[in-house]
Structure formats: C-alpha cells, structure tokens
Write a protein that binds this ligand. Structure first.
Ligand SMILES: *[C@@H]1O[C@H](CO)[C@@H](O)[C@H](O)[C@H]1NC(C)=O
Ligand SMILES: *[C@@H]1O[C@H](CO)[C@@H](O)[C@H](O)[C@H]1NC(C)=O
Ligand SMILES: [Fe+2]
Length: 443
C-alpha cells in the first residue's frame, strides 16, 4: 500500500471521529475520498468444477427456510439426483433430503439441471458438511445462523462480476458474518445467460458457506419482446427464495420475509419490480406480514428494496417514488428500523425520514448499490446535500449490520480502498420498538 493511500484511510477515520462527535442534526457529509480507477469485467468465470464431468455440482448456494432449515441449490450439466447428503463431521453424511430439478431455456440457451433440496431441521451456530447429487468430488460446508442475538448481516447490492466484485467478495469473505442480504442486481447477465452460470461460480465460495438472501433488481427482469415475454425467468429458476415459508408466506419469489436470531430480527425482502401499488398482492401481503410482527418480541425490523426511496444521487432519480408512496406509511406504522436499497451505484446514509421530512419514528434509509458491477459508479450528487442525507460517497464497498442486542445495531460501511477494506461510515441504529416515544398503544 502506498503512503498516499494510507493517508486517505487515516483521513477517513479522522472524518469518522469528527462525525460521531457532531449532533445528528448537523450531519450532511459528502466524502472527499478520491476513488481509484474502474476495473475490468472478469472473463467468463471458471470454477472448481472445470475439469469435472457432467454430474459434478456447480454454482452451489444456500438460503434460509424457516427457523432451522436450509435450501441448497446447485446445477449439474447432465441429469443427476436432486439429493443433498449432510452431517456435522467432514466426510460423513448420515442425513439426506431429496428435492426437485428444473431447467429453463432462454432464446437459444438451455440451462443445466437446476436442483434444490431443503435440509434440516439443524442446530443453530453449527457447521454442517454436505455434498450434492451424491457426488464425492466436492464437499461443501456452511455454518447455520445463531438462534439468538447477536446476529451479523452483510448487505451489498448490484454486485455484478468485475475485478471490483472480486475485491468486494474478498472483503466480505474476511468478515465473520451469518447471512448475506442482497437488494437486487446480481449477475448483470443482461440477457447473456452463460453469465448467470459464471456468476454462480464466482459467488459459490461464499454463497455455499453462508445463506444468501436476495431480492430482485431491474437487471433480473430480462424480458425480450415476443421471444421472451416472461420476466425473471433465469432469476426465479436459479435463485429460489423462501416465499412459501415463514409466518406470512407471500407465494411470489419476487418478495418475501424471514426471521433471524430466533425472531429477534424480521427481514422484509420487497420487490421493486413486482406490483407494489395499494391493493396489489404485494401490498396486501406486506400489510398482513407487518400486522403479524409483535414488536414486543421482534427487536429489529429491516426492509430491502432495489430502487432507493431516498437518495440525493443524480442517478435513477425518482424511480423509487411510486413504491415509497404506496408503502412508506405501512413501514412507519410498523416502526421498521432501517431500509436498505441498491440500484444507485454509490453509498448513502439518510437520517430517519418519513414523507421527505426527518421523523424520529421512521426508518433510517441506506443505499448500498456499490458491490462492483460493470456499469461503474454514480458520482453525481444533488448540490447542496439535503440536510437529511447524513453521509454519501461514490465508491465500491459493502455494509455490515450487527444486531448486538434488543436495542442496538451497529451499521458499518466499508469501501474498497484499492484492495484494502476501509471503514468509512459507522453509526449505531437503535430499535424503534425500544423507543417509548415511538411505541404504539397496541403493544
Ligand atoms: C417438487 O416440486 C413440486 C411442484 O412444484 C412440489 O409440489 C413438491 O413439493 C416439490 N418437492 C420437494 C421435495 O421439494
Ligand atoms: C446493548 O448494546 C449497547 C451497545 O453495545 C450497549 O450500550 C447497551 O448497554 C446494551 N444493552 C443491554 C441491555 O445490554
Ligand atoms: Fe439496478
């Protein structure tokens, strides 16, 4: 690392220290950090299955299903059984579950065999070893999330598959986290289906070891007039999420919710590209879902969307407005603590806001659409910075949300400072359920 870069990191920490000393109302910071140059898109990514035969599992990833189960998803080129064998000792698989296999075609592309099986019940905070399709050549392992607080999320959007994505993934892999949340725009395949496969290989080392809970972005739509009229074909086939599980199943892979830490955290994975108008299926589901959340039990409720509801970036201005108009009151009514978005390729943290005004009982809004995709960064901001925009910076990076206990969650955003992860913004988010001024009469 050069001296110049090190100085940049020190300046950021000094800035951070200065920030935490200021009263909340004075914060409106545009980071002075000077970013390094863009990096190239990766060649079509090859994986550990390179030299393998058609039955070797590839693109393995896992996602939570209910409190103590996990969905394993993988692909084989040739036909293979949809079986996952697992256990808590490497090389021994006393347990197993069989699921389903699907394929899809897209113009001239035909997918491999996409398998998924739900395994469990399993113990919390425990390492399980598993293999897919009874194939002995590749053993995988994951750690189940804890059933109590503390609970650690990584949150990153708009990943893509460039050399910056690799840098972001390397930093995430070095973090000790339980679950990754992705607010949309995964592969940037953009109709080129083999890019979904290369993305699956790129993220497999992380996504086979920790649950990846995702929701869709605009890059998942992939509709083509006449030839491919159905949206989300690849996304829904490859990234099936637990929309049929939990207390309030949504029945639609484009939006769902799940609990973490034994119900201490409730996560809403909303669909920016599914109908969200008042009266729509998504809106009705969200109303039911939030009505079933008991804030006496649930310390934190967080939501993810793709297009941000609050942003002072010039990119994608207003694209989240209709959804915000339809759903913002529901979230405030349920005292949702924070809303994370992607789409805008930059980082920004807003104060607690409702109806465009600062409101101590509304969610904090954060944009983390800066995973590293090929479209580059969104560096133009509204000037002057709105007072409710606490911190903004157009760099690639990722966020970490550690729910420490029933009242406190620590949010930290790490920029990719060349190849070093540098803590550039950090703030405590306190539970609105624990704030007497925001408590409702009914609980
Ligand atoms: C397989 O898919 C069918 C149809 O979607 C479903 O009814 C069934 O429950 C699935 N089986 C498993 C084991 O997941
Ligand atoms: C929760 O964590 C915060 C931050 O570490 C700490 O200040 C607070 O005392 C903790 N609350 C309890 C009840 O332990
Ligand atoms: Fe997007």
């Amino acid at each position: 690392m050069s001296t110049g870069r090190r100085r940049g990191g020190t300046a950021a920490l000094a800035l951070l220290a200065a920030l935490s000393a200021l009263p909340a109302a004075c914060l409106a910071v545009t980071s002075p950090y000077v970013r390094p140059a863009p990096r190239a898109t990766l060649p079509l990514h090859k994986g550990a299955d390179d030299d393998a035969d058609g039955q070797t599992p590839q693109q393995v990833h896992i996602s939570m299903v209910g409190a103590d189960k996990m969905r394993v998803t993988w692909i084989t080129d040739d036909a293979a059984p949809a079986i996952v064998e697992y256990g808590t000792t490497s090389g021994q698989y006393p347990l197993s579950a069989t699921g389903n296999t699907t394929t899809y075609s897209y113009v001239l592309y035909k997918s491999g065999n996409i398998h998924d099986a739900v395994i469990g019940p399993m113990q919390p905070s425990t390492t399980y070893y598993y293999r897919c399709s009874s194939n002995p050549s590749r053993e995988f392992s994951f750690r189940t999330p804890p059933a109590t607080l503390p609970f650690k999320f990584v949150i990153v959007g708009d990943l893509g598959q460039t050399e910056w994505t690799e840098s972001t993934l390397k930093h995430i892999a070095a973090a000790d986290y339980d679950v990754l949340l992705l607010p949309g725009d995964l592969s940037y395949a953009d109709l080129v289906q083999p890019r979904w496969d290369s993305y699956g290989r790129l993220v497999e080392p992380l996504a086979s070891a920790r649950p990846w809970m995702v929701t869709e972005g605009n890059h998942e739509v992939e509709k083509l007039p006449v030839v491919e009229p159905a949206p989300f074909k690849a996304y829904n086939a490859r990234w099936r999420m637990p929309h049929d599980a939990g207390a309030t199943p949504s029945g639609d892979n484009l939006y769902y919710s799940f609990d973490a830490a034994g119900g201490a955290v409730h996560v809403l994975m909303l669909g920016s590209y599914a109908d969200h108008a008042v009266g729509s299926a998504q809106h009705e589901w969200l109303r039911r879902d939030l009505a079933a959340v008991d804030r006496g039990e649930t310390a934190f409720v967080v939501a993810l969307v793709h297009a941000p509801w609050y942003s002072s970036n010039e990119a994608h201005r207003g694209e989240g407005d209709a959804m915000r108009g339809a759903m913002e009151a529901l979230l405030r009514g349920a005292r949702v603590d924070a809303v994370f978005a992607g789409h805008v390729h930059a980082y920004e943290r807003f104060a607690r806001v409702y109806g465009g005004e600062e409101d101590p009982c509304a969610p904090v809004y954060l944009t983390v659409g800066d995973g590293g995709n090929r479209e580059g960064l969104a560096g133009r901001y509204a000037d002057p910075q709105p007072a409710a925009s606490a911190f903004r910076e157009a760099s690639f990076g990722h966020g970490r949300l550690e729910v420490v206990n029933a009242t406190h969650a620590l949010w930290a955003w790490h920029r990719n400072d060349d190849d070093e992860p540098v803590l550039a913004d950090q703030v405590w988010i306190t539970s609105l359920a624990a704030n007497p001024a925001c408590r409702r009469n009914n609980n």
